[in-house]
Design a protein. Structure first.
Length: 140
């Protein structure tokens, strides 16, 4: 399945892939926030982009490259989350099944091809940002 349909709307592949990514992101961010004493609000996602060959030429056999813009997250925390996400979604998967996730405070390569899909997935982003901010129950 390609990344976009004929009308440049995201396909089910992107929506379900992003939902899987956001679900994992929330769990990883909560754990990291707690372990590093970093405010969980710093992990809120602001925008989502499709990058790479999916954005350039909508190739069916491309991996899905997603960029999560998290403007208040420091670069060290963003890199730690990115590493865990890569291990989950990219490493040792066939190219068209892989999802490469980038987490940054801004798009550091604005000259490269990208498609901002935030408006198309705002419901997903809002739902997972809400889940992110639900306090964890502390078991004593």
């Amino acid at each position: 399945m390609p990344i976009f349909d004929k009308n440049m709307c995201i396909t089910e592949r992107v929506e379900s892939g992003l939902e899987n990514v956001l679900s994992a992101y929330v769990e990883i961010a909560k754990m990291q926030s707690q372990k590093t004493d970093n405010n969980i609000e710093n992990y809120e996602i602001n925008r989502v982009y499709v990058l790479g060959s999916g954005a350039r030429c909508n190739r069916i056999n491309s991996d899905l490259d997603l960029l999560l813009i998290v403007p208040r997250l420091d670069i060290g925390s963003a890199n730690q989350i990115r590493t865990m996400m890569c291990l989950t979604f990219f490493t040792d998967r066939p190219k068209r099944d892989a999802i490469d996730v980038f987490v940054r405070d801004e798009d550091i390569y604005p000259e490269r091809s990208s498609v901002n899909i935030t408006d198309k997935v705002s419901g997903l982003i809002n739902n997972y940002n809400r889940l992110l901010l639900i306090p964890e129950k502390i078991v004593s």
